[in-house]
Each structure stands twice: as structure tokens, then as C-alpha cells.
Design a protein around this ligand. Structure first.
Ligand SMILES: NC(=O)N[C@@H](CC(=O)O)C(=O)O
Ligand SMILES: [Zn+2]
Ligand SMILES: [Zn+2]
Length: 436
């Protein structure tokens, strides 16, 4: 195993967590060496002029689809890494629903090595819980955890581990390995043929509904299974008001349940479906305003731990068809931060410390990676993100680094910009371009 690249950079004129007067932050050989006024740039160190930008710990995405191996026409580890670096991410967790499925250490180690060689972001492969995502037989989680990638998170995302006995066994196995199971909470018997949130909009548009109970029944079931197994469980893409209430109850019981929310479930609702544009089709579906409101409040008060993108690239032909036939999923990496600013920071629900918590610190803690989501202090890793909170930009799908174009935000104005990303002292993105 070779050591990941480290570098040295002086990041001048930035405000850590958006607090206090601007300072300079010097990163030497991958770690923060000095924080102070008017530091000089050492020889061989890169330099970034922050221009008063906000400095945050590099973002960690617990939920990314990179499509390699198998669908390199829609995203590769390289293009997905570029999208991540441009979005301010220094680590991403690449879901296992590739082709072939990442259910063995040959694949998970390959994904990890490919990501490391590209060097734009730490690519942590997620291992499948069941062989082939088929929901019948547990995958060799121990082998994947013991491999070069050191897999720490397992998920059948895209599919729910719906058999309660198998989920129970998976949680017990995960406990002995000290790894995390992330559940795509969707009771499949309640979503047969479903393409949109079950409610007045789907009824009016003639679309088959995906009821809130399909998510909530699995959330509460898995909370109880985690309780009995004495272990933890993570809920992917929480999307309903009821899920928030169940998470709150489970936490009160002392159950070790964590949850993420996507930027699109914070911002968008099912009124967008009126055009029948499949760009708005996603799993779980866009829901109603009251769900958006409940998810925002839950993220602010910590009942939902973190933001995860569920970046899900799809080819044009998989979206240029009838709504019911289109693939579910939307891009997320390059637009996540500005949507969190729009839905959480600007309305006063989160300050920049809170943004660091939900986009970096909590996700790193949930999955247990020690070198990400750290405080901006001397001796800590130099994996950092610069944000200009006042520089707006317009989303042009053709200008995104992702290989796919399925963003629901085309032509929308984003209120803030990630201006640079630094991974262990190596500048990975700067002014909208990746550096390698
Ligand atoms: N979110 C989606 O709508 N799609 C994801 C799978 C998933 O996250 O369930 C995908 O892989 O395309
Ligand atoms: Zn999912
Ligand atoms: Zn997903």
C-alpha cells in the first residue's frame, strides 16, 4: 500500500468557520503547521489567496454513486472525483451498486486504488451487504474490511435489505467487525411500480405512489433490530416527516441510529413533477413542503446527522423517456454546498460551524475515519474547503465535471461557491478547475 500524496500550501486571508478576523493557514507535508497573521510562503509551498473566504474542514460524502466498474459511460472514478473536489469534498463513499456489484475485496480494493492514484479525493468503497445485492446471502464483509481498502461501510443501496432476518444477521456480523450498515429504507412490497411520492400530486398526474410508510416501516424496524443487536445502523436519504419523528424516538431510547438527508430532499418537493420531466425522478421520491421543513429542522437540531449527496449519474437516454420508465437519481456533488447555504444557512437554521458539522465532522465520525472532519487547528490534517458565501453562479449542466447531465438545478442560481479544495495540503480544485 503506497502512502497518499501530501503537500504544502499557504492559504492566505481566510476565516475559519466564518468567525473572527481573516488569518493565514499554513499546511506543511499534509498537516496544519501554523495559523496566524501574515505568514510567509515557504519555498516549494503552493499559495492560495482566500480573499476573505470561509475556511471549513473538507467535506465528507457518505453516499456517492461513481458507476465504475460497469457504467463508465455515465461516471468514472476520475470524473466523479473531479465533481467531488469541485464540490468541496475531500472524501466520498462510493456505493456498491456497480456492475459487477462491489461485493468482494477484489472490486473494493480496485476502487480504492483507482481513487488513490487519481488523488483528487479519498474514494472509500462501500461494500455490498448481500451477494449481488440480491438480498439472499450475506457478502464477505470481513474480507472487504480486511482488504487494502479497509471497507468500513456496507450497503445494498439502490435496494433495501428487506428480509428482517437477513438484516438482523448483517447487523450482528457488522457489530463483530465494527463496521457500519447503511440502509436504503424502502419496503419493496409497498413500492411495486411506484415512481412518485404518494399524495395529491401523484394522484393528479396519474403516477403510481411511493408511500411514506414504505420508508418509515423499515426505519423503525431497523432501529429495533439495531437495539436488539446492540449495534448501530445508518439510514440513507431520509425523506419524510415521519422518519424524523421515528429517529427522534429511537435516539431517546438510546438506540445507535444515524441518518443523512440529501440536498434535494431539503430543497425540492413533488410540485416539480407537473412537467413530467424525469430529471425530477429519484428514490426516495421528492415529497411535500412539510417534509422539507421537517428535514431542515431535524438537520439543524441534530436528529438528522448529516448531508449526503446520493450523487446518481445517469445517461441521457435513461432520462429521455417516459417518467415511469426513467431511471431514478440526480447529480449532487457539485451543488451540495450552495443548496445547504440556501436551505439552512441563509434562513438562519445553521451557522458555518453547523455546516462543518453536517458536511464534514458528523459523516467522518459516523463511518469512523480518523483523518477527515477534524478541527481547523495546528497539528490537524490539512484537508480543507474554501467557500465564498457571496459569489453566486448559475448551474449549466454542460459545464459540470460529472460525465452525466441529470441535474435538477439547470439554470438555477446557486448562492455560494466552493473556491478551492485542499486534500492533505495538495490543492485539488481551485476557481472551478481541478488541478490533476
Ligand atoms: N437515488 C436514486 O434514485 N438512485 C440511486 C440508487 C439509490 O440511491 O437508491 C442510483 O444508483 O441511481
Ligand atoms: Zn438509495
Ligand atoms: Zn444512492
Amino acid at each position: 500500500m503506497s502512502i497518499p500524496a501530501t503537500g504544502s500550501v499557504l492559504i492566505a486571508d481566510v476565516r475559519p468557520y466564518g468567525e473572527g478576523d481573516p488569518v493565514d493557514v499554513l499546511v506543511v507535508d499534509g498537516s496544519i503547521a501554523q495559523i496566524g497573521a501574515d505568514l510567509s510562503t515557504p519555498d516549494a509551498a503552493d499559495r492560495i489567496d482566500g480573499g476573505g473566504a470561509i475556511l471549513l474542514p473538507g467535506f465528507v460524502d457518505l453516499h456517492t454513486h461513481l458507476r465504475e466498474p460497469g457504467r463508465e459511460d455515465t461516471e468514472t472514478i476520475r470524473t466523479g472525483s473531479a465533481a467531488a473536489a469541485l464540490g468541496g469534498y475531500t472524501a466520498v463513499f462510493a456505493m456498491a451498486n456497480t456492475d459487477p456489484v462491489a461485493d468482494n475485496s477484489t472490486i473494493t480494493d480496485n476502487v480504492w486504488r483507482t481513487g488513490r492514484d487519481i488523488g483528487l479525493v479519498d474514494v472509500h468503497p462501500v461494500g455490498a451487504v448481500t451477494v449481488g445485492l440480491a438480498g439472499k446471502q450475506l457478502a464477505e464483509m470481513g474480507m472487504m474490511a480486511a482488504g487494502a481498502a479497509g471497507v468500513r461501510m456496507f450497503s445494498d443501496d439502490g435496494k433495501c435489505v428487506d428480509d428482517p432476518l437477513l438484516m438482523r444477521r448483517a447487523l450482528e456480523y457488522a457489530k463483530s467487525l465494527d463496521v457500519l450498515i447503511a440502509q436504503h429504507a424502502e419496503e419493496p412490497r409497498l413500492t411495486v411500480g411506484a415512481v412518485a411520492h404518494e399524495g395529491p400530486t401523484a394522484a393528479r398526474l396519474g403516477l403510481t405512489g411511493w408511500p411514506r410508510a414504505a420508508e418509515e416501516s423499515i426505519v423503525i424496524r431497523d432501529a429495533l433490530l439495531a437495539r436488539d443487536a446492540g449495534t448501530r445502523v445508518h439510514i440513507c436519504h431520509a425523506s419524510t416527516e415521519g422518519t424524523v419523528e421515528l429517529l427522534r424516538w429511537a435516539r431517546e431510547q438510546g438506540i445507535a441510529i444515524s441518518a443523512e438527508v440529501t440536498p434535494h430532499h431539503l430543497l425540492l418537493d413533488d410540485s416539480r413533477l407537473a412537467t413530467y420531466d424525469p430529471v425530477n425522478k429519484v428514490n426516495p421520491p421528492l415529497r411535500e413542503t412539510r417534509d422539507n421543513d421537517a428535514l431542515r429542522r431535524a438537520l439543524a437540531d441534530g436528529v438528522i446527522d448529516c448531508v449526503a449527496t446520493d450523487h446518481a449519474p445517469h445517461a441521457a437516454q435513461e432520462k429521455a423517456c417516459e417518467f415511469a420508465q426513467a431511471r431514478p437519481g440526480m447529480l449532487g456533488l457539485e451543488t451540495a454546498l450552495p443548496i445547504v447555504v440556501d436551505t439552512m444557512v441563509n434562513p438562519g437554521l445553521l451557522d458555518w460551524r453547523g455546516v462543518a458539522r453536517v458536511m464534514s465532522e458528523r459523516p467522518a465520525q459516523i463511518v469512523g475515519i480518523a483523518d477527515q472532519g477534524r478541527p481547523i487547528e495546528v497539528g490537524e490534517p490539512g484537508s480543507l474547503t474554501l467557500v465564498d458565501p457571496d459569489r453566486s453562479w448559475v448551474v449549466r449542466p454542460d459545464e459540470l465535471a460529472s460525465l452525466s447531465r441529470n441535474t435538477p438545478y439547470a439554470a438555477m442560481t446557486m448562492p455560494a461557491t466552493v473556491t478551492a479544495t485542499v486534500l492533505r495540503g495538495v490543492v485539488t480544485a481551485r476557481d472551478g478547475e481541478v488541478t490533476r
